[in-house]
Each structure stands twice: as structure tokens, then as C-alpha cells.
Design a protein around this ligand. Sequence first.
Ligand SMILES: C[S@@+](CC[C@H](N)C(=O)[O-])C[C@H]1O[C@@H](n2cnc3c(N)ncnc32)[C@H](O)[C@@H]1O
Length: 321
Amino acid sequence: MDNLSLHIPVLLNEVVEAINPQDGKTYVDGTFGAGGYSKEVLNKANCKLIAIDRDPNVKKSVDAMGKAFGERFEFVAGRFGDMKSCLSSIGQNKVDGIMLDIGVSSMQIDEAERGFSFRFDGPLDMRMSASGETAADIVNNMPEKDLADLIYKYGEEKNSRRIAKAIVARRAEKPFETTKELKEIIHSVSKKPVNGIDSATRTFQALRIAVNDELGELERALSASQELLNDGGILAVVTFHSLEDRIVKNFFKDKCGLGPRPSRYLPAAIEETPLFEGKNKAVTAKEEEIKLNPRARSAKLRYAIRKYGVREAGALNHGEV
Ligand SMILES: C[S@@+](CC[C@H](N)C(=O)[O-])C[C@H]1O[C@@H](n2cnc3c(N)ncnc32)[C@H](O)[C@@H]1O
């Protein structure tokens, strides 16, 4: 663990600027990792920071933060998709900002034992938390058609049918155990890198998303944020690929009232009141950051401010709609 490269936070200044930490307020870092965002927020204001992570290996960084910031820092082990219950387990029902930095950390990728990367040989695992179905369980048991669909949907891999077929033929002889075995089978049917990207990349991404239910987690967290944020609270989300960004973009488009307007024949009272305010424009990393940290190249930050509308001000409560 000590040899692992420490995670360099991506779009750190931009995220903290968006969150705009204030004294006396409470913020959530739903993807604690090595604590880069959490630390910066706590340094910016005399505020409280509640961190969540599903990976038991973050303990060392959690302990260091506890020592540095005392009671201003609190950690809850869990998934950000369950943010509401994570927060209520420590008596917190409302917060003033939520940050999410979706995906895997450098520590997770660089640890061969975790099985996230085909750059190292390791068990075909890919679980961020230490429990549940592994990537090996999926490739060894899923019916061929479902496997092809999964690789196509989550990996956006055009060769998905051919790869799934090769996986199923290979597992009939011997079940997959390692990242190297899987990489070799993918290379056997689609060897050439596409645009400089290794042909195993998309399949590995698809399996990782499925193992950790990454898109479902994101959708649940976005939805929960509406209820958890105080009026004026900020939701800031950093994503690393188009599947995630599409979910965040559509969420903000809808919730900021930037989508197509409902029919003008609908009574005004039943038009949806926007729940967030923001331009829904993606913030990307500057060249200097990308030079220092190539991982930042694909990062996109979107953020918006929670606004309490007419409905929440009481219209619904009084049965007037
Ligand atoms: C990209 S890293 C975050 C790095 C962090 N911003 C920093 O500055 O160190 C993502 C972290 O989020 C965690 N994570 C990913 N999905 C999660 C989920 N659904 N619930 C809780 N933690 C999650 C991972 O375990 C990982 O530690």
C-alpha cells in the first residue's frame, strides 16, 4: 500500500471553487479516496466535512484526516448511492454541498491485487468494496448474449460479440482467474489498438462499471442530492467518460429547467419548478493540469445550486396544486 502512487486530485481548484466552502456549513465528499477534495475544503473554511467511501483501504488517509482536522472531519464507510442513509446514520439530514469524483483512484488502479488494470497481472476482481460479485464471476457465468450486451453498453465496444464469444469458448476449458488471462483472450480476437487505446480497455471498463454498479450509484446519488441539499447548497460532480457525463448532463438539464418546456397548454401550477440553478456547462482541465496529470484529460465537472421553489415553499404541503 505504501508503494502505491498517491492519487492526484483532478480539477481540485475548480471543484472547491464551485463548492465555495463557508464557515459553519457542512459538506459531503462522497468519493473520499486519498482525501484531496476533503482536505482542501476543510482548509478553505471553518466548516464540517463528512466523507464517504466504499473502499476499506482508505482507512489510512481517513485516520490522517481525523488527526489533522479533529471533529470537523467525519467518515462514513459506505456507498454514495446510499448517501441519505449514510448521513442519517450520523444524525445528518441536510448539507450545504456535495462533491463526487466518480471512478477509481490511482491507488486502486495501481494495486495489482485489486484486478482493475490489465497493465498488471492480478486476480480478476475489480470490486471497490471488498464484497459482492467479482469480474471473474461475471465473465465465468454470464450467458454469452448478456455478456456481449454488457461489453457493448458499458464499454461502448463495437467488437463486443466477438469478444464475448471468445470468452465463453475459453471459459469452457478453464474458468478465468486473472487479468492477464482475460487480456490475452481479448487480444486474440481484437489485437490492434484503436486510436492508441489498447483493445482490452473498453472491456475492462465495462466489467468495472458492472461489478460496482457505477451508473446506478451515480443516478441514486444525484436523486438523493435533491433532498439532502439545503437551499443554496451546491452539487459538483466530476466524471471521466461519456456514459457518466451523459447522466449528469441530463440530470442538470432536467432539474435546472433547461430541457424542452412542457406544453404551453398545461396549467402553470403543474409545470415542474426547477430544483437547481446553473448553466450545466462542463468545466474541463487546463493544459497545465493535463501535463502534470494526464488522467485529467477526460475529466468533466458539472455543478449547480439547489434552489427551493414554490412547491417546496409550501404549495404542495397545503394541497394547493
Ligand atoms: C477518483 S477517487 C476520488 C479521489 C478523491 N477526490 C481525492 O482527491 O483523493 C474515487 C473514490 O471514490 C470511491 N468510490 C467510487 N464509487 C463509490 C461509491 N459508489 N460509493 C462510495 N465510494 C465510491 C472509490 O473507492 C475511490 O476511493
